[in-house]
Design a protein around this ligand. Structure first.
Ligand SMILES: Nc1ncnc2c1ncn2[C@@H]1O[C@H](COP(=O)(O)OP(=O)(O)O)[C@@H](O)[C@H]1O
Ligand SMILES: [Mg+2]
Length: 379
């Protein structure tokens, strides 16, 4: 899958932009604060219907304007498709696929699959569990409409149930408990299955990156397990365990006015040489784990959907040393479209010498030559 053209109007610091990407490697080079991340943010928005860094869509609209517009022309195995987004400073955004407006935002997922890697992802191992759940959800959502449905419905039920708990409304709780358990258990089953597949891919990539003899593990830690633990459980046990946890924590929940059970409290456990990477792995090992996780995302989506997603790499050159950078590029399968931003070309050459280079300055993009070609553009 690849994006052939991106058009933007009044998006972030872009007044008007049209960029024709190569189906292979694309390098966007520019100094700080010129619009590199903004560009990838636009691509991310077309794939997911939201920004990867802000929750308020209005922030994406160029200052002083009323709305922003984005369009991507996507080439996938199933044919060409165009995705358009109209984003007002306030009010509802509208997203169209091939000219038809989507009724639900979640219908967008899967039409344009991406994997994004930003310096923030280096927090995946040490950062909050929310980051790790997002890592997982982003992948499953892109390949399974049913998972999106369960997750969305679960979140609605969770919000309702939290409102009841806030009001200490004990009588109405049981109605919502049933739905919470049913939907939440479905979410948990999907997640565990995804982690089973992902863990094989991450382990294989980690072996390539770190060398034989040092194993990386990835396990799913459901909400009822203790920190760092992942006890075995059977699929048909989930509902029972879930109900049991509700009973156990009922009084706590009422006291705190908040749901304390469910997949919004799940986590992932990373290990290196069988020890929790969070506390034992060196910074270098943690970075290698994150790299392995990102490369595994590509494999996972490819395995489940038959196509490789587009890989967006935002300024990772600045955070990864030469060796890890080389390992990252070596691990990207051939034929994957790459959109990569950087402040400097030199560390990327000659690895990406065949890449198409674009320069960006103050929201203006210029197509330069091929990275290592005659009209090489150097900074
Ligand atoms: N809504 C907006 N309207 C206009 N300019 C914006 C908006 N949001 C961010 N910017 C500008 O975009 C620039 C940052 O762009 P960014 O893509 O993050 O830079 P970088 O090239 O370092 O990745 C800053 O100069 C910021 O002021
Ligand atoms: Mg940036």
């Amino acid at each position: 899958m690849h994006i052939s053209t991106l058009t933007a109007r009044s998006f972030r610091n872009y007044d008007s932009l049209q960029i024709d990407f190569s189906p292979g490697v694309n390098i966007i080079v520019g100094a700080n604060a010129q619009g590199k991340t903004n560009l990838l943010e636009g691509v991310h928005f077309l794939a997911t219907g939201r920004s990867h860094r802000v929750s308020r869509d209005g922030e994406l609209v160029r200052w002083g304007r009323d709305w922003a517009f984005l369009r991507g022309e996507i080439t996938a195995a199933g044919g060409e498709r165009s995705i358009e987004a109209q984003i007002p400073t306030a009010g509802r955004k509208s997203i169209k696929v091939n000219g038809t407006e989507l009724r639900r935002l979640s219908d967008l997922f899967g039409l344009f699959q991406i994997v994004m890697f930003t310096p923030d992802d280096l927090q995946l191992i040490k950062g909050s569990p929310g980051l790790r759940r997002r890592y997982l959800d982003m992948q499953i959502c892109q390949i399974s409409p049913l998972y999106r449905h369960y997750l969305q419905r679960y979140n609605q039920v969770l919000r309702q149930r939290n409102k009841l708990l806030e009001r200490r409304d004990k009588k109405s709780l049981p109605v919502w408990d049933g739905q919470l358990v049913q939907l939440g258990s479905a979410v948990i089953r999907y997640r565990r299955k995804a982690v089973e597949v992902l863990s094989r891919f991450t382990a294989a990539h980690y072996r390539t990156i770190a060398g034989e003899g040092e194993e990386m593990g990835l396990a799913y830690q459901p909400f009822w397990a203790r920190e760092g633990e992942h006890p075995p459980w059977r699929e048909d046990e989930v509902e029972g365990i879930f109900h049991g946890q509700i009973e156990l924590l009922r009084e706590d929940e009422l006291r705190r006015g908040q749901t304390l059970v469910g997949p919004q409290r799940d986590d992932l456990v990373f290990t290196v040489a069988d020890r929790p990477a969070k506390s034992f792995a060196s910074q270098g090992q943690q970075r290698s784990c994150v790299l392995a996780c990102k490369l595994a995302e590509l494999d996972y989506i490819h395995r489940e959907s038959g196509e490789y997603p587009v890989l967006l790499l935002d300024d990772v050159a600045s955070e990864l040393d030469d060796e890890r950078r080389a390992q990252l590029f070596a691990g990207v399968p051939e034929g994957v479209q790459l959109l990569l931003t950087t402040t400097s070309l030199s560390p990327l050459m000659p690895m990406l010498a065949h890449g198409q280079v674009f320069s960006v300055a103050d929201g203006i993009i210029r197509k330069e030559g091929k990275g290592g070609g005659q009209d090489c553009f150097c900074i």
